[in-house]
Write a protein that binds this ligand. Sequence first.
Ligand code: ADQ
Length: 484
Amino acid sequence: MTIAVLSVASEVFPLIKTGGLADVVGALPGALAAEDVAVRTLVPGYPSVLAALADVTPVHSFDELFGGPARLLAGTARGLDLVVVDAPHLFDRPGNPYVGPDGRDWPDNPLRFAALSRAAAEIGLGRTSLPRPDVVHAHDWQAGLAPAYLHYEGGPRPGTVITVHNLAFQGQFDATLLHNLGLPSHSFGMDGVEYYGAVGYLKAGLQLADRLTTVSPTYAQEIRGPEAGMGLDGLLRARANRLSGIINGIDTTVWDPAHDPLLPAPYSARQPKGRALSKAALQQRFGLTDDPGALVFGVVSRLSWQKGLDLLLEALPTLLATGAQLVLLGAGEAALERGYRDAAAAHPGRVGCIIGYDEALAHLIQAGAEALIVPSRFEPCGLTQLCALRYGAIPVVSSVGGLADTIIDANEMAIANGVGTGLRFQPTTTLALEGALQRAASLHADAAVWKRLRRNAMATDVSWTNPARHYAALYRELAGVAAA
Ligand SMILES: Nc1ncnc2c1ncn2[C@@H]1O[C@H](COP(=O)(O)OP(=O)(O)O[C@H]2O[C@H](CO)[C@@H](O)[C@H](O)[C@H]2O)[C@@H](O)[C@H]1O
């Protein structure tokens, strides 16, 4: 029997994306179709989403949704079944989903994302002309109130699950907001939406959803402790029997070096020759010395504290001392952007940096770099190291969260057994990172070992096939349907 799931999120690739959340929300429906799960994705009606929407059918209207009239529009876009919250007073704005042109959060973000959750609840309760879903799947704080609205209705409702993609973003707002949200006053308590005297959207979801997931088993463990728990560890410990980790996959048709139109030549584990052309193109694009034998390290990342790229700046002298080159593509904190720009200026031909967001260039880096560095302080799952495995860029990662779950360290034992896929280091410090960079350089110096590593990396299953099975099993459990 087909399970119907309403997936609720603030971004979805390829229509609107600021990070890995969009990739996951965009890829899951396709992967779940093979598991007999039909996913409809509910997203805000940003201009880019409405512009892409085809086969539009209005399925609900609100006379008033947090400050103005609104409609829910069902439709399709880029192969996805969508429902879009068409509320111009909340979402018809340029640029980023969360911040205005001044770089600050939109002041009405609490209402904008309450509207998303309210819409999810209306669909979940069968009050629109769409069929009622079996399960409502909320992603991150922006959808955190969906389980709360459904819970406080008190009647029959779909099963609910919330997935944490990043516990650092919690959606915490002033308690006075409660009156505007349409939640009952008794919801404001420890066992409801209250979070240290404020209203917590992620907290509400974690408290009130039937099941909680995050995007790797190790992160699911880590967030039960005070260090990674970011204030929510007590709640997560209390609900530990409801919490599990399901590792992310990547879209292996978008990320396929054998059929990637963004590369100068295709290549595969069996026929790796074309990779050299990507490497040459990469060196040229970043103004590096054209050296086919160089160990080129790559980075593709948001530039934020989480990603640990300040440590890589500190480790740069060590990296350069090994004779390696570095390319970085990223955007984010001004100090880090400046730091990498300065490093590129100080080491022409050895360090290249492009500040910005560029999907096509991300593909070239994965295909042309020998190794990809991910020195995160914490990492719920991480997608770039999965792309790196698939493209044969050996991941050099800190041993946290999903990085620890997806990379097999090429220590002596692993090399002897021929099973390593990358390099892991811990703790996440400059010193440990430097050690890993030096270790990568000595492995790279042994062509046979490096080749073996690359073969292992490229043979790793990073598709959604297995994760989709886990989500399908969870949905079936929530829908009260025995797995076939
Ligand atoms: N400058 C740039 N140009 C082009 N592409 C860029 C880019 N910067 C980043 N990207 C791309 O954006 C995505 C980032 O995904 P990640 O999972 O690595 O991190 P993020 O922290 O955003 O996601 C959060 O959610 C995801 C999804 O669950 C978790 O994997 C992760 O651990 C968690 O922090 C990747 O597809 C990457 O290629």
